[in-house]
Design a binder for this molecule. Structure first.
Ligand code: NAD
Length: 393
């Protein structure tokens, strides 16, 4: 069997109502918390009032901070500057991937006070993070990014010369991932669609990644079963609790597998697209996953027909369509057809909806070969990457 290494995982609490465990978990880590939330969905809920008094009852004082968009390095540095003298010894993040990533970076830097720009991949000096971070509890309210299980915080500086890059270190993996599917009850259908396609893409990309292994394959396949059972049923009925739990699970597993194996061409393109244009991360994944899968399959068939990813894509076709095929060609075709039909059913917008034009493609392609593209199962040519964008304009 091919050897593999598995890096650190968070301790995991999963299930309806596990939010209630947070005060006791936090009390094992510290007595002065920073609670990081998003703009409104959690802080307008009963749970917010409950959490604040339960923390006080557990002897934990707290400061708060709220994150309203995908976080920038400047925002992280500003928050660290404001918070570093408050003796914070545990960070609790409750929100979508933006909140979790912001909190992960703040937790990493609070004990040290230096700028996150020192560590971001691909920009600046890329110093090695010495750590340790402040203890960190991650509580997702979207089912998509899996950030509750990963070692990176994605930060973006948007605009013409923008970038979207990770602050990454194994020490940044949360101490606890508290995944309570009830927190997802307020997600509207467009968020369910975009986030769900992010989780689906992460599972698929880590499964066919050049760094995939038997351990992560098992997890990814199970996560994909959950996504198959959860995504469309939850999108079509936001009160479907079983479907919602399946997606919370799929997202968690996608974070575990991506942290171990890396990703692929969808996430390679998500980096420049998210940096240059105001397009939400999940929408990038949802709009590109069928096209990227198709181009990967075509490229592998033409240039590397013995590449093991081809058989894996065929297996995904059978798994997601829930049927057996007498030959791989049919399974491969029906994989792409199914992804295309999910993209259409869930009305994922095309790139032009975000003012992306053909004249932007050269710049996007030139900036797509970051860490995610390096684990794509085949090296795509610039023309193939451009072809993906053309097909989704
Ligand atoms: P998000 O956190 O940006 O949230 C999107 C919107 O949903 C926000 O307006 C937010 O207020 C709202 N929202 C969140 N929870 C809600 C709920 N329960 N009900 C109603 N509204 C809710 O979106 P996201 O897709 O979760 O996170 C995207 C970010 O995560 C991107 O920056 C992406 O690059 C990053 N990401 C990180 C990793 C990682 O491993 N660290 C992996 C994938 C993506």
């Amino acid at each position: 069997m091919k050897g593999f290494s598995i890096s650190r995982l968070p301790r995991i609490e999963f299930g309806d109502g596990v939010l209630k465990k947070i005060p006791a978990l936090a009390a094992t880590l510290g007595n002065m918390a920073l609670i990081v939330t998003g703009r409104s969905s959690f802080i307008n809920s009963q749970s917010w009032h409950w959490l604040r008094s339960a923390l006080k009852n557990a002897g934990i004082d707290y400061a708060t901070c709220s994150i309203h968009d995908e976080p920038s390095p400047e925002l992280i540095d500003e928050q660290v500057r404001l918070l570093k003298d408050q003796n914070i010894n545990v960070v609790i993040a409750i929100g979508g991937g933006s909140v979790l990533d912001a909190a992960k970076a703040i937790a990493g830097l609070l004990p040290h006070g230096d700028s996150v720009m020192e560590y971001l991949e691909g920009v600046g000096p890329e110093k090695t993070y010495a750590g340790p971070p402040c203890p960190f509890i991650a509580v997702p309210t979207t089912a998509g990014t899996g950030s509750e299980a990963t070692k990176n915080a994605v930060l973006s500086r948007r605009g013409k010369n923008g970038f979207k890059k990770s602050f990454r270190d194994e020490q940044l993996v949360p101490d606890y991932a508290v995944v309570d599917p009830e927190l997802l009850a307020s997600c509207p259908p467009e968020l369910i669609a975009a986030n769900g396609m992010d989780a689906l893409t992460q599972l698929m990309e880590s499964y066919v990644s050049t760094r995939a292994n038997r351990f992560t394959d098992t997890l990814a396949l199970d996560g994909l079963v959950a996504a198959r059972e959860g995504l469309l049923p939850w999108y079509q009925n936001s009160n479907n609790r079983e479907a919602r739990s399946n997606m919370a699970y799929a997202a968690l597993v996608s974070g575990i597998t991506l942290a171990q194996c890396g990703l692929g061409s969808v996430h390679g393109l998500a980096s420049p697209l998210g940096a240059f244009f105001p397009i939400p991360h999940g929408v990038v994944c949802g709009t590109l996953v069928a096209a990227c899968t198709q181009i990967n399959i075509e490229a592998i068939r033409q240039r590397e027909p013995d590449n093991p990813a081809l058989k894996k894509y065929a297996r995904l076709g059978a798994l997601l369509n829930k049927r057996n095929y007498s030959n791989d060609s049919d399974a491969l075709k029906e994989l792409v057809d199914l992804l295309t039909s999910w993209t259409e059913t869930m009305k994922l917008p095309k790139l032009s909806a975000y003012d992306i034009k053909e004249t932007d493609f050269a710049r996007i392609v030139a900036n797509s070969r970051g860490s995610s593209m390096k684990t794509n199962p085949i090296v795509l040519t610039d023309e193939e990457i451009r072809g993906i964008l053309v097909s989704r304009l």
